[in-house]
Design a binder for this molecule. Sequence first.
Ligand code: ADP
Ligand code: GLC
Length: 483
Amino acid sequence: MRPQVVFVTSEIYPFSKTGGLGDVLGALPLTLHRMGIRTAVVTPFYGRLGSAEFGVHLAWSDCHVGYPWDPVTADIFQANFHGMPVYFVHRSEYFDRRFYYNDHKGDYFDNAERFIFFSRAVMEFLKRLGPAPAILHAHDWQASLIPVYLNYWRQHDPFWQDTRSVMTIHNLAFQGRFSSRLFQGAALPPQAWSMDGVEFYGDFNFLKGGIACADKVSTVSPSYAKEILTDAFGCGLQGVLRARQHKLHGILNGADYSIWNPSSNRFLPCTYDADHLKGKRNCKLSLIKELDMDPALKNRPILGFIGRLRRQKGVDLLIDILPRLMQQDVGVVVLGEGNLEKEARLHAMMEDYPGRLTTIVGYTEDLAHRIQAGCDIFLMPSTYEPCGLTQMYALRFGTPPVATAVGGLRDTITPWPESGATGFIFNEQTPDAFHAAVTQAISVWKDEPKTWRDMVRRAMQQQFTWERSATEYIDLYRELGMQ
Ligand code: ADP
Ligand code: GLC
């Protein structure tokens, strides 16, 4: 039967993940599927799928990708992900690598070629699978050529005539911007090299092409949808977006509470909920042990940070205020990776505060859960944040966040001292403002235990369900004619 919506993405948890994109694609398509929308997902095969659980098997071999790869084919694997089909495009020289997009030296030199290949393989495979879906929903720059191919191909290929596209931007800073030389390798028609296509100041810009060609563009929070129209947050694409504001929507992500939930969680030493907070205390004691931290911290607040050690996540602000914070007799746990210099800096600082500052460099899914549960306060000083899932998880784990007033952070946290507060927000992106907000959180934790407990309970009761987000996406698909 005709799928109604096909998602095209470079990540889907639990098969692949480098951040929130993987989490979103692991939840949204499945939610739609459970709401009765015929949904499928297509994604690269990175060469290390846990295949046993979801019965990953070869579905099609030698799927032709077409010009300029005429003799080159892709194999398509299929998994049954809780009843929803997920298809994997397999071509080992492109996708079977240690990392997905880059290593410590930088982006892979052939990223344009890899994701042109992926996009063409997706289009050819879907044609073979037939009939065409009502909606092709592309995510981030890696899938941005999907709306571009669709836009030009449906003008003459009856197969694609009734398909419409949605382009979701999870992070405008990553655009897939390449030299104009590579345009030829995409085998797009010459008119795609224009203001209405992929050309951007003389470069080949995948995301710009996706924004220009998609029938609808969405991003992952209402606040970010407004911010990206401004010079400060538009990453150069503000003009392109402003001219297409009529088709731009902000739909807040959800949190997958079947995974990110302290009341049923296989990664935690003990579970808890808003009415039984004793388990949270035990998670804290156990985290102190696991990370070999100072036992005296059981009576002091522990502050947690999880995320890429990049400017976006405000790691510079964190490093700046750490010496001041440590004077306040707190513990700090940092889990992250992504920048050798920052990793080294944080490691060096650990020596100054033995047992009180712990940095774990790496990507460890289960530890992320234990840090969310075992900390008292969560730090998220992002310079921008399209949505942010980590703060939603922190809320559910009863770890009030201290966050910048940007994007999805603004849309998901009710700031102290408003009534109904669930966390702390600071406006000015300066170390002083961040430090003042953290200090405020520490003093409420220390001096007003009842107020703190009420805030923790309220935070845990927040509901950012995927059903709510999915309903908004369905409205969008229906506007595009999905039955
Ligand atoms: P982003 O997508 O910008 O990284 P989000 O807050 O939307 O930010 O999502 C981040 C996701 O990645 C969360 O699931 C978070 O737990 C996870 N994550 C980030 N860094 C790490 C890490 N070093 N180890 C384990 N999980 C991480
Ligand atoms: C991006 C953004 C993050 C968002 C995630 C999922 O990685 O940086 O804010 O939550 O995508 O949409």
